[in-house]
Design a binder for this molecule. Structure first.
Ligand SMILES: Cc1ncc(COP(=O)(O)OP(=O)(O)O)c(N)n1
Ligand SMILES: Cc1nc(C(=O)O)sc1CCOP(=O)(O)O
Ligand SMILES: [Mg+2]
Length: 226
């Protein structure tokens, strides 16, 4: 379900250990984002051991449940299965079809599609709940992410009926144009969590400013799949 605070177009907060390096900053940072209003949270942590990732995901699950916001696990399909959560998968990760079989019909499954509409169509065919395109702007979090053009979102809106996620270098200044191009969900990591002095207050202020930059979606545009 999308966050009604933002009328169906919402923020998708993606954690990263560069910005939230330990349990305390991760939980305080995500809680600040939840308080200020995000529609989805993704736990993305490439470096944590299995045990640490499990502990952090469990703690985030409890927090997100309190705020009734879905939590999605990046990459780690078996962790998602253990906790009964959704998963986001890229081209080098487990397949969407395998994830759908393992996680069941109701799980949220996200698929990275970079700049490829045909990959998006194939991912949906295989059972994805949403498709993600990007990166639209240079990313501090993932500098090597391949580029995509904003016009792709407009084409995707014409061809696909699922929720469309935009990712990569999003911030308060470029958010309106990404939304206007057709994105339903705006995924950000650095734009929410990267601050020189980590502070939950800064994160809350940042999410509040991002939400203020978003225009509420028309009811007919709101995808109800999430
Ligand atoms: C919402 C969202 N979109 C894209 C990605 C990138 O996934 P992937 O290509 O698998 O890369 P990593 O995140 O695993 O580095 C994402 N995580 N979330
Ligand atoms: C994890 C990820 N995937 C991307 C892609 O384009 O597939 S861009 C990206 C990083 C997103 O973080 P930020 O908002 O800081 O740019
Ligand atoms: Mg991945």
């Amino acid at each position: 379900m999308l966050n009604p605070n933002v009328g169906g177009s919402g923020l998708y907060a993606i954690t990263d250990p560069q910005w939230l390096p330990d349990d305390k900053s991760l939980l305080l940072g995500v809680e600040a984002a939840l308080e200020a209003g995000v529609a989805l949270v993704q736990y993305r942590d490439k470096t944590a051991t299995e045990a640490t990732a499990y502990r952090r995901a469990r703690a985030l699950q409890a927090l997100c449940t309190d705020y009734q916001v879905p939590l999605i696990i990046n990459d780690r399909l078996h962790l998602a299965a253990d906790l009964g959560l959704g998963v986001h998968l890229g081209v080098s990760d487990a397949s969407i079809a395998q994830a759908r079989r393992l996680l069941g019909a109701n799980a949220l499954l996200g698929a990275t599609c970079h700049a490829s509409l045909s990959r998006a169509q194939a991912s949906l065919q295989a059972g994805a709940s949403y498709v993600a395109f990007g990166r639209f702007f240079p990313s501090q979090t993932k500098a090597e992410a391949p580029p995509a053009e904003l016009s792709l979102l407009t084409q995707a809106r014409q061809k696909l009926t699922c929720p469309l996620v935009a990712i990569g270098g999003l911030n308060v200044n470029n958010l309106p144009q990404v939304q206007a191009a057709g994105a339903h969900l705006l995924a950000l990591s650095a734009g929410i969590f990267a601050h020189t002095d980590f502070s939950p207050t800064q994160i809350r202020m940042q999410v509040t400013a991002l939400n203020a930059a978003l225009r509420p979606a028309m009811p007919s545009n709101v995808p109800h799949h999430l």
